[in-house]
Design a protein around this ligand. Structure first.
Ligand code: ATP
Length: 238
C-alpha cells in the first residue's frame, strides 16, 4: 500500500539559503507523524512547501497518489491537504463563525458544511459559545482552536498543524494536545510540527528529528521519546 503522503529528497531554498536539504518521510492514512527540532531546523518551511506556498528546488511530494508540484496552493487544499499555520493567521475582526466558514470556501455542499460547523463547536465548545464575537477577542489558545477548526472545515485527508502549542499556558497546551488525540481517534491523519517534543512524541505514531534542514533521526514516537540523544537535546535532560 502506498502512503497518503510521500516526501522524497525534498529540497527548499530561500535564494541561496538552503533551508531544507533533501528530506524524505511518509505519512500513512490514520497516523499522527511529527517533525520535531529546534528553531530554524526547517519544519515550517517543509509544511509551507507541502501546502504549495513555497516551490521546492528538488525532490518530490506525492499526496494521495498525485505529484503536488503541478498544483497551486488552493488546488492542494481541494485535494485534501489543510494547513493550520504557525501564528494562526485568523482574521481578528471577523466573527469566529465566519473565520470557520472561510475554511470551507472551496466547498458547496451546504448541509455538510453546517454539520462540520456543528462538529467544530462540539470539539471546541468555547468557539460555539462565542460564535458571533470577533475572533480577535479570543485568547491565544482559543485562537489556536479556531485555526484548527478552520483547517478541519476543508474536510482534509491530511491535517498539518504548525506548532499548535506555541505560546500557550500548560493547561491550554494540554487541551490542544488532547484535541489532537481526539482527532486521531476519529481517524484524522495529522502531520504535527512541534518544538514541544515531549508532547508531540507522546501522541505520535512516528517522529522525525530535524536539524539544520535535515532529518537526523526517525522512529516511532515511543522510541524517540526514550532515545537518549533525543532526551538530552530536546527534552532538557543531561
Ligand atoms: P521555527 O520553529 O523557528 O519556525 P523551523 O524549524 O520551522 O523553525 P524554518 O522556519 O523552516 O524553521 O526555517 C528554516 C531556515 O530557513 C532558517 O534558517 C530560517 O532562518 C530560514 N528562513 C525561513 N524563512 C525564510 C525567509 N522567508 N527568507 C530567508 N530565510 C528564511
Amino acid at each position: 500500500m502506498t502512503a497518503l503522503l510521500e516526501v522524497e529528497d525534498l529540497k527548499v531554498a530561500y535564494g541561496k539559503i538552503e533551508a531544507v536539504k533533501g528530506i524524505s518521510f511518509k505519512v500513512e492514512a490514520g497516523e499522527v507523524v511529527t517533525l520535531i527540532g529546534t528553531n530554524g531546523a526547517g519544519k515550517t518551511t517543509t509544511l509551507r512547501t507541502l501546502s504549495g506556498l513555497l516551490k521546492p528546488v528538488g525532490g518530490s511530494i506525492k499526496f494521495n497518489g498525485k505529484a503536488l508540484r503541478k498544483y497551486r496552493a488552493d488546488q492542494i487544499v481541494a485535494l485534501g491537504l489543510a494547513h493550520s499555520p504557525e501564528g494562526r493567521h485568523i482574521f481578528p475582526r471577523m466573527t469566529i463563525e465566519n473565520n470557520l466558514r472561510l475554511g470551507a470556501y472551496l466547498r458547496n455542499d451546504k448541509p455538510a458544511i453546517e454539520k462540520d460547523i456543528a462538529r467544530a463547536y462540539e470539539l471546541f465548545p468555547i468557539l460555539g459559545e462565542r460564535r458571533k464575537q470577533a475572533a480577535g477577542t479570543l485568547s491565544g489558545g482559543e485562537q489556536q482552536m479556531l485555526a484548527m477548526g478552520r483547517a478541519l472545515m476543508s474536510q482534509p485527508k491530511l491535517l498539518m498543524l504548525d506548532e499548535p502549542s506555541m505560546g500557550l499556558s500548560p493547561i491550554m497546551m494540554q487541551k490542544i494536545m488532547a484535541t489532537i488525540s481526539e482527532l486521531k481517534a476519529q481517524g484524522t491523519t495529522i502531520l504535527l510540527v512541534e518544538q514541544n517534543a515531549q508532547a508531540a512524541l507522546s501522541l505520535a505514531d512516528h517522529g522525525h528529528v530535524m536539524e539544520v534542514g535535515k532529518i537526523v533521526l526517525s522512529g516511532t514516537g515511543d522510541n524517540l521519546l526514550h532515545d537518549e540523544s533525543v532526551r538530552k537535546a530536546y527534552l532538557g535532560e543531561d
